[in-house]
Design a protein around this ligand. Structure first.
Ligand SMILES: Cc1ncc(COP(=O)(O)O)c(C=O)c1O
Length: 379
């Protein structure tokens, strides 16, 4: 089956009694046993639930993985994936990783005995130099948030294999419609399903998809042991959202391309970070490992914070809000919003400054969005 068919059909038929076309929500926390040895395959919703399984099967198929667990938030998915490591293990991470991931790694997991090196992962020599005898993992986020740096998946996988380390890729920004890291040899993919996979800004959730049964079983064990799984209601919403992933992505990235070109030509804009622009340093790499450029972009304005603040506060169609990937356009100021949980030194190393504005481009008409940004910049 092709992607557009899989999103609609995979996993959804769970009602063999009434043949409902749409997966029912099974809110039951527990399931009765037939006798003391046998049950329906489900006994308790933390461990397994038919609605959640429908979503798990769907997302595993979209990423081309073997096992999937879906969790209460994207951060619980990050936590689930990271729970395969042990105290003493060292993990290499991109310097401009999502702020919440940075906080979890640099504070909580560091306190628990893991160690991390944050590097510019577009610099393969820097990645190689970051490897230590204790290196057990490589965390990849591509394109990165918010600087839209594209990391070479195959190159990182090669370094990881040489060091017998696991690769985990946060694929939130592109979704499996535009990038499937497992095809490049990555071991585990994670998502904040809050973003494009759900796509309607009305649920928070996460997913961890593994390349093989062994890792998939381990993630399922961790998810159950730590109690990270999402509720059947949330699973149902995400399953409903994912069915339109392809068409939403097509329309949103077409808008993003037009906005990137507009911003690129605006006198108050210093730099546009969008892999779809020929001037983007990893444009060719993005073309080779992605099926599209996505609908996230950032830009640096001239004159710093006053202009950044003006464009955020004067835009009328872009709500000033964190998050991304919904059908509505959002604008944000990473320094005080998505990346506030990153240390000032971390932000400096990642190139996130008071000039930087991030945009999640929605499904509105591109001309309306461009007119709005124009009046906000020029006001
Ligand atoms: C790239 C990325 N990964 C992970 C997360 C965390 O997801 P959640 O907010 O659903 O916990 C986010 C949230 O913005 C994100 O942008």
């Amino acid at each position: 089956m092709r992607f557009e068919t899989k999103v609609v059909h995979t996993g959804v038929h769970k009602d063999q009694q009434y043949n409902s076309v749409i997966t029912p929500i099974y809110p039951s926390s527990t399931f009765y046993w037939n006798d003391l040895e046998t049950n329906s395959g489900y006994d308790y919703t933390r461990s397994g639930n038919p609605t959640r399984d429908a979503l798990n099967e769907n997302l595993a198929a979209l990423e081309g993985g073997v096992g999937c667990v879906t969790t209460s938030t994207g951060m619980s998915a990050v936590h689930c994936a990271m729970a395969i490591f042990n105290p003493g293990d060292h993990i290499v991470v991109p310097a401009d990783v999502y702020g919440g991931t940075f906080r979890l790694f640099s504070q909580f997991l560091t306190e628990k005995g893991l160690s991390f090196t944050f590097v510019d992962m577009t610099d393969i020599d820097a990645v190689k130099a970051a490897v230590q005898p204790a290196t057990k993992g490589f965390w990849i986020e591509t394109p990165s948030n918010p600087m839209m740096k594209v990391i070479d998946l195959a190159a990182i996988v090669e370094i990881a294999k040489q060091n017998k380390a696991v690769t985990i890729c946060d694929n939130t920004f592109l979704s499996p419609y535009l990038q499937r890291p497992l095809e490049f040899g990555v071991d585990v993919v994670m998502h904040s399903t809050t973003k494009y996979i759900n796509g309607h800004s009305d649920v928070v959730g996460g997913a961890v998809i593994s390349k093989d049964k062994e890792l998939g079983d381990r993630m399922a064990w961790i998810c159950n042991a730590l109690g990270l799984a999402c509720s059947p209601y949330d699973a149902w919403l995400v399953l409903r959202g994912v069915k339109t992933l392809g068409c939403r992505m097509d329309a949103q990235q077409a808008n993003a391309m037009k906005i990137a070109r507009f911003l690129d030509g605006h006198p108050l804009v210093e730099t546009v970070y969008y892999p779809g622009l020929e001037s983007h340093p990893q444009h060719e790499l993005a073309k080779s490992q992605q099926q599209g450029f996505g609908a996230m972009l950032s830009f640096d304005v001239k004159d710093g914070r006053p202009v950044a603040e003006r464009v955020c506060m004067n835009s009328k169609l872009f709500d000033v809000a964190e998050s991304l990937g919904g059908v509505e356009s959002l604008i944000s100021f990473p320094v005080t919003m998505s990346h506030a949980s990153m240390s000032p030194e971390g932000r400096q190393a990642a190139g996130i400054t008071e000039k930087t504005v991030r945009v999640s481009v929605g499904l509105e008409h591109a001309d309306d969005l461009i007119e709005d940004l124009k009046q906000a910049l020029d006001s």
